[in-house]
Ligand binder design. Structure first.
Ligand code: HPA
Ligand code: ZN
Length: 324
């Protein structure tokens, strides 16, 4: 099975580039940029990676991202992830980045986007891994702040395919971002959002009906609402599911209780993803391996998950065909 998973061509559709920052690179960048960390060693830092909920994780994730200063840092971070894609036979990836995590600390939008996109261009040429970028708004900040980010992105519009919505879900419903999503769509960005990771089914309804999203990040809590399940199936929308993230953030108790198989049996279209692999204990193939074992998935199930990852990607129909 492990061999089958490793060889399976895959796309990854739910991945935060800041969440790929491995402790070793985090320490190296801190040293390069003369930043003093709260932790004395990689081992000590890893001990802090124990989370009770999404917010616990986000507090550490934003701290980690503070070692990213120069364009080269963003390049190194991104290229290192894309090398891991090549090793796992991930042929295509849709990378989320959180500009506000960096612009809030005085890093220019151009530094972030140039570093990330140059790595993507090099990886296409040298590793044959293709990528698209998703600019994610931080939902714990105001809509006005998101509007500023939209404005800053416009000179780089040709490099960005979609907008997303991430960070603290509870208390920050999708409707808070109605206007900025409308404006983003007018600029040509495809709307996506995290919904129903910790938030209720109502947040997924809002993401569908108010933000008019084309794909649901996580979406686990749709299972509490049969009408919502029916609607997601009717609209032929995919859920980007992240099993190791779900257990690390206690969204799901353990993998044997993960709803992935149930989702597939209900007719929902799902893809597997690593979310923030440096923090949640595994890259995409590790997610496949562990969930296969826990839920006794067949090769046909795994093939369907991999096929969905291309089918529900943001690639053009022609580009999809070359992978399917
Ligand atoms: N959920 C919400 N926001 C995030 C996550 C996540 O899993 N990872 C990085 N930002
Ligand atoms: Zn996520």
């Amino acid at each position: 099975m492990i061999n089958y998973i490793n060889k399976l061509p895959k796309a990854e559709l739910h991945l935060h580039i800041e969440g790929t920052l491995e402790p070793e690179l985090l320490f190296a960048l801190a040293e390069r940029n003369n930043i003093k960390l709260k932790y004395d060693s990689v081992e000590q830092l890893k001990l802090a990676y124990q989370f009770d909920c999404l917010q616990d994780f986000l507090d550490i994730y934003y701290q980690g991202a503070s070692v990213l200063i120069t364009e080269q840092d963003f390049y190194d971070l991104t290229y290192s992830y894309l090398q891991k894609c090549a090793e796992q036979n991930i042929r295509h990836t849709e990378i989320m980045f959180d500009p506000q995590t960096h612009t809030e600390r005085g890093i220019a939008f151009s530094t972030v986007i140039n570093g990330i996109s140059k790595a993507c261009i090099d990886a296409k040429e040298k590793l044959n891994v293709s990528s698209l970028l998703i600019m994610s708004y931080l939902r714990h900040l105001s809509e006005e702040d998101a509007f500023k980010t939209l404005e800053q992105s416009l000179p780089f519009k040709h490099l960005i395919t979609a907008v997303g919505l991430d960070s603290s879900e509870k208390g920050n419903p999708p409707s808070k971002f109605k206007n900025v999503f409308e404006a983003s769509v007018k600029e040509g960005y495809i709307p996506l959002a995290h919904a129903g990771e910790e938030g209720p089914p109502e947040y997924i309804w809002e993401a569908l009906d108010v933000l008019k999203i084309k794909r649901i990040d996580h979406g686990n809590n749709c299972l509490q609402d049969q009408l919502l399940i029916d609607e997601i199936i009717k609209r032929d929308m995919a859920l980007t599911v992240c099993p190791l993230s779900n257990t690390a953030l206690q969204v799901v108790g353990d993998l044997t209780n993960h709803p992935l198989k149930k989702m597939m049996e209900l007719g929902l279209k799902v893809t597997l993803n690593s979310d923030d692999p440096a923090y949640f204990g595994g890259q995409l193939n590790q997610n496949f391996i562990e969930v296969q074992k826990a839920l006794n998935l067949t090769k046909e199930d795994l093939f369907e998950l991999a096929k969905n990852s291309f089918q529900y990607s943001l690639l053009s129909d022609n580009e999809k065909q070359t992978n399917l």
